[in-house]
Design a protein around this ligand. Structure first.
Ligand code: ADP
Ligand code: MG
Length: 366
């Protein structure tokens, strides 16, 4: 139906209707003037098919009725031939016209339904991705914002002291500025990821990035009574990834590790972060001494909106996976083997290309 419309969008419907009228008159004349044996009335089915393409169901039904009336009239007016054959031909013609109209209208209804469903699906996909984007930003920005509030409160306390501790207040302000910068970086990265842009990969020191993130998580770790152990491989080759992405992944894993250890005895609440080189890749791991992974968690861990926490969003690990993969790496979880319980998350990160071919993009994929 749409092909014809697309090809001749300017054709006035009146012209088509007139052409159909001429054709119907011709079929009527042919059916009437030839003898009963010639079932010219079946050509009315062509009229119905054209009508289905161009006109509303009501017009199609009207034209169908008209075609049937014309078939009956031409049967009555046909002067010659075997009457019985004519009767059978007339019945066949009328059935063919009615069935064509019925099937044609059904087809148009199905096409309309399919079109409607496609439009609806597009709308749903758009709102879902918009909702997911908003939720991701809210999720990722929540942590730096909470840190800003904590540091702001600390800053206020240092300033309220008599005499004010300006050095400490200055440090708190520095943390606020760092967190605010990180929040705005995070938004920029998520937006560019949602637009399908490639991450901005650069060469950087993975250990430095980990130390920086550890510093930023200090207040939260303190608040939850969790110790952080950094076991960073010395003289690590530079990493080749989007530094902010890797830090966001680490931030999410640290938060999850802290959440998982809420039921762990205070003395055992420890997160170990390691870095190491493995062939042409770097591996970052985050191990906790928490509740470990349930069989259900193992299958749904990285699904968007899958959470076991009452106030969870279930987006952290989904974002982590997107970011790890966008940077050519991989992320997966295993049980912790050196302790009674806990989970280890592993992320692979590409090493920076050797100096000289660093200008080329994309390069090594984990
Ligand atoms: N370190 C961990 N130990 C045990 N379970 C975890 C750990 N990290 C994540 N999970 C499980 O995976 C789920 C999804 O995590 P995530 O995507 O970060 O969303 P959220 O933290 O909002 O629940 C969590 O609700 C939790 O059940
Ligand atoms: Mg989480």
């Amino acid at each position: 139906m749409t092909t014809a419309l697309r090809r001749f969008p300017h054709w006035p419907r009146a012209l088509i209707l007139a052409a159909m009228g001429v054709a119907m008159a011709a079929i009527f004349a042919l059916d009437t003037l030839t003898d009963y044996a010639v079932a010219a009335a079946v050509f009315h089915t062509a009229i119905i098919l054209v009508a289905v393409r161009w006109f509303s169901p009501r017009v199609v039904i009207g034209l169908t009725a008209l075609c049937i009336v014309l078939t009956l009239a031409s049967f009555a007016l046909t002067p010659a031939g075997a009457y019985r054959t004519g009767l059978i031909n007339m019945v066949i013609s009328i059935l063919a016209i009615a069935i064509t109209a019925y099937l044609g209208l059904k087809m148009v209804a199905a096409q309309n339904a399919a079109h409607e469903a496609r439009t609806q699906l597009m709308r749903i996909t758009q709102t879902t991705s918009l909702g997911q984007l908003t939720a991701s930003i809210a999720h990722e920005v929540n942590q730096p914002l909470a840190a800003i509030v904590t540091s702001g409160n600390a800053c206020q306390r240092w300033l309220a002291q008599e005499p004010p501790n300006l050095a400490k207040a200055g440090q708190a302000l520095e943390r606020i500025l760092g967190d605010a910068q990180r929040a705005s970086d995070v938004i920029a990265r998520i937006r560019s990821m949602a637009r399908g842009e490639a991450p901005s990969r650069q060469s950087f020191d993975l250990n430095d990035a980990v130390r920086e993130m550890a510093r930023l998580s200090d207040a939260e770790l303190d608040r939850r009574g969790v110790a952080l152990d950094l076991q960073l491989a010395p003289a690590l080759q530079p990493a080749w990834a989007d530094r902010v992405h890797i830090q966001q992944v680490l931030a999410n894993l640290l938060l999850n590790a802290m959440d998982a250890m809420q039921g762990t005895p205070a003395a055992q609440r420890r997160i170990t972060v390691t870095t190491q080189a493995l062939g042409q890749q770097l591996v970052l791991t985050v191990a906790d001494a928490g509740e470990g992974l349930s069989p259900l968690a193992r299958t749904h861990l990285f699904d968007a909106f899958w959470t076991t926490k009452p106030d969870g969003m279930g987006l952290g690990l989904n974002i982590c996976r997107h970011m790890a993969e966008a940077n050519g790496g991989r992320i997966w979880a295993t049980d912790r083997e050196d302790m009674r319980g806990g989970t280890v998350f592993h992320i692979t990160i590409a090493c920076a290309p050797a100096t000289g071919d660093r200008s080329s993009t994309g390069l090594r994929h984990g």
